[in-house]
Design a protein around this ligand. Structure first.
Ligand SMILES: [Zn+2]
Length: 416
């Protein structure tokens, strides 16, 4: 009898504890309290970002990839990503983008060669700073690294051109650690049509592309449908046996006519597939007024530089460009990114949205309050203000993409 009473008492305590957890009303907090709560959540939760362009930032910076790397173990004056700022923002697993520009597609072998060198560079980064970074090839790796306080560096290949024309390269890249492949990039490739291209080479996914998707399912590489045309998107969804991702795409409703973002029809189709859409933070991805303004500003600056015989690198020009841009085309704010997350949540539910910043890949277009990897808490605070729960935030930060990744891992295990 006594034992039963004890059990009752204990379960009452647990019920209270979990109730308390669930009834935290973040909307009633002051902005300051809410940002503190958001920062605590960011620190205590695994945070995955679907797309960070650090490898390409290093390549553009002139680093020879296999031998030298940019020291991002310390705070860097440029760029959006480094170790100290990741720690501040609570970022734990940024997918390193192994980005192959479409220009490489013209030279057979050039796409695979670049992918290989960017992978080596990422491995070099982890090997050089083993107390800060670690490679990660599974959700379990990320969890283990997180418990040690290490930042995981999972890899996704942006542009299936790296596969060249050889299906065997899909398995090769899985062995090299690639865990998602973005089927296309800027132009149509051997796999399928791209959103930025109007040629319509294949009318969607090519025959080779269909084999690539099936092979990715078999070996356990996530299918990434950012950058593909709508037809390629639909074709890939019809073929894949497992959920897919969009590693860095936003909502087209806010950027009408911009096929690079996802239409409501595609968001619904992806949710039906059980996939996850990771929201891109770039200004031109989240706000069509900003995108139009950016085009106008760019035209004005080109003319102004020519008239004044100045180059973009001159300090006088830089000051003018900054002032002119800020005055004539103010950046969107962190609230705008939250609008995109809200839209997906309202359309299909909280289980299909994640973060895919495109940090280090979208230049000086990032929203105010979300300029680099230290600022995720500002976005979390905005979501809490809108009534999101801690569980909702955890889904956005990692649970949704982990669900997809695990399904891909499990399917592949069955197939092998
Ligand atoms: Zn991209």
């Amino acid at each position: 009898m006594k034992k039963i009473v004890m059990l009752f008492a204990l379960s009452a305590v647990f019920a209270c504890a979990s109730e308390k957890e669930e009834t935290i009303d973040y909307t009633q907090m002051s902005d300051e309290e809410r940002l503190k709560a958001a920062t605590e959540i960011a620190q205590s939760t695994i945070m995955v970002d679907g797309h960070v362009d650090l490898p390409y930032r290093m390549k553009v910076g002139g680093f020879t990839l296999q031998r030298e790397i940019l020291d991002v173990s310390v705070r860097t004056p440029d760029g959006n990503f480094d170790y100290p700022r990741s720690k501040e923002g609570g970022l734990d697993a940024p997918f390193m983008s192994i980005y192959i520009p479409a220009g490489n597609q013209k030279t057979p072998g050039a796409s695979k060669a670049l992918a290989d060198s960017l992978i080596l560079m990422t491995e070099r980064l982890a090997a050089t700073f083993p107390d800060k970074f670690a490679m990660a090839y599974s959700t379990a790796d990320i969890e283990a690294n997180f418990s040690k306080g290490l930042i995981s560096l999972p890899m996704g290949m942006e542009n299936g051109a790296g596969i060249e024309d050889d299906l065997a390269n899909v398995e090769y890249f899985h062995k090299r650690g690639i865990r998602y492949i973005t089927l296309t990039h800027g132009t149509d490739n051997l796999i399928g049509d791209a959103s930025y291209d109007t040629t319509g080479t294949h009318g969607g996914l090519s025959e080779f592309g269909k084999q690539v998707v099936a092979e990715m399912n078999r070996v356990g590489i996530m299918v990434d449908l950012s950058h593909v045309s709508d037809n390629t998107f639909r074709d890939a969804l019809a073929i894949t046996k497992v959920p897919v991702i969009a590693s860095h795409s936003s909502v087209r409703k806010f950027t009408p006519g911009f096929e690079r973002n996802m239409s409501d029809e595609l968001i619904q189709a992806m949710a039906k597939n059980g996939g996850v859409m990771m929201i891109n933070f770039g200004g031109t991805f989240i706000d069509s007024a900003y995108a139009a303004g950016a085009t106008k500003v760019r035209e004005h600056i080109v003319n102004w530089l020519a008239e004044n015989n100045l180059s973009r690198r001159d300090s006088a020009a830089q000051a003018y460009i900054q002032e002119y841009s800020e005055k004539n085309n103010p950046f969107p704010t962190v609230q705008r990114v939250a609008d995109h997350i809200d839209h997906v949540k309202n359309l299909v539910g909280i289980d299909y949205v994640g973060l895919g910043s495109d940090f280090d890949g979208v230049g000086d277009s990032l929203p105010t309050g979300l300029k680099d990897v230290s600022m995720y808490p500002n976005l979390i605070a905005e979501l809490l203000k809108r009534g999101y729960s801690k569980e909702d935030i955890e889904k956005i930060c990692y649970k949704n993409v982990f669900r997809v990744w695990r399904a891909v891992e499990e399917y592949s295990e069955m197939e092998k």
